[in-house]
Design a binder for this molecule. Structure first.
Ligand SMILES: C[S@@+](CC[C@H](N)C(=O)[O-])C[C@H]1O[C@@H](n2cnc3c(N)ncnc32)[C@H](O)[C@@H]1O
Length: 255
């Protein structure tokens, strides 16, 4: 049986998301930027205060700020923060009394996000290099964990949800958007690092996905489908049709 090469996957992820950070106008398997954000339901009023370059490199798959219910003074963690759009939106919700931390592994995304935070005077938003499977934070450090279009890329989703649970305080909130599948995908797709980096190969079957979330210690799990989200390349669209690959948003409470 073909095996996913995780080192190759990491190189591939870093290469794709370096391009997303540096040349967002290029063609990708997925939609990007302001039209995508508006289509997914982002509030145009929020986007007015977000640096334009962060919006240009936005590569999320859904909207979950209603599920996150971020309040002033809260501490928010953004898993796979990319060029920072969601972290900046979160900062508008926590106000300057709260704090937002983004974590990512791609140097060019981190560089973009840090530069934009500095230029936009987002003093309470910081970006850290780190793996979402092994977060560089103490237990109970955050009130809300958000993530957009990232967890499907991880080869160890168990670890991601366990880490999200560990760094959240009791009663903290998880609010994410991600790509899942209805059908179990064949090994030939699951072991293809290119399709994985394009947010398709790593899509987990939805029942198994919510089971992992609950097993990690979350309750009141709610899931909704983001029917507006579509992959644009032909190969991606075909895989989506065949295996029911789609975008969802999920909210849950730390038990
Ligand atoms: C599809 S992009 C989404 C970025 C951002 N959330 C957004 O909505 O624009 C995925 C991001 O996750 C990061 N990433 C992928 N795997 C990761 C991992 N294991 N740990 C940390 N970051 C990761 C990538 O570098 C990339 O910036």
């Amino acid at each position: 049986m073909a095996q996913l090469d995780v080192d190759r996957l990491e190189r591939q992820i870093k290469s794709v998301y370096r391009d997303v950070a540096e040349t967002p106008d290029e063609e990708f398997h997925f939609q990007m930027g302001r039209p995508l954000a508006l289509n997914l339901g982002y509030d145009p009023d929020d986007l007015r205060y977000v640096p334009e370059a962060a919006i240009d490199s936005f590569a999320g798959v859904g909207y979950h700020f209603d599920l996150a219910d971020i309040q002033p003074r809260q501490h928010v963690l953004d898993l796979g923060s990319g060029s920072g759009m969601d972290s900046f939106v979160a900062a508008l919700h926590t106000t300057e009394t709260g704090r937002v931390t983004g974590v990512d592994i791609t140097t060019e995304q981190l560089e973009n996000a840090r530069k934009l935070a500095k230029e936009g005077l987002f003093h309470n938003v910081t970006f850290r290099r780190g793996y979402i499977e092994d977060l560089p934070f103490e237990d109970d450090s955050f009130d809300v964990v958000i993530s957009n279009g990232v967890i499907n890329l991880s080869a160890d989703k168990d670890a991601v949800f366990a880490e999200a649970n560990r760094v959240l305080r009791d009663g903290g909130r998880l609010a994410i958007s991600d790509i899942i599948s209805e059908e179990q995908m064949p090994e030939s797709i699951k072991s293809d690092a290119d399709l994985w980096a394009a947010c398709i190969g790593g899509a987990m079957q939805i029942d198994r996905y919510t089971e992992l979330v609950e097993r990690a210690g979350f309750e009141n799990v709610e899931v909704r489908e983001n029917t507006q989200y579509e992959f644009i390349s032909e190969s991606a669209a075909n895989a989506c049709q065949k295996y029911g690959v789609k975008s969802i948003s999920l909210g849950a409470d730390r038990a």
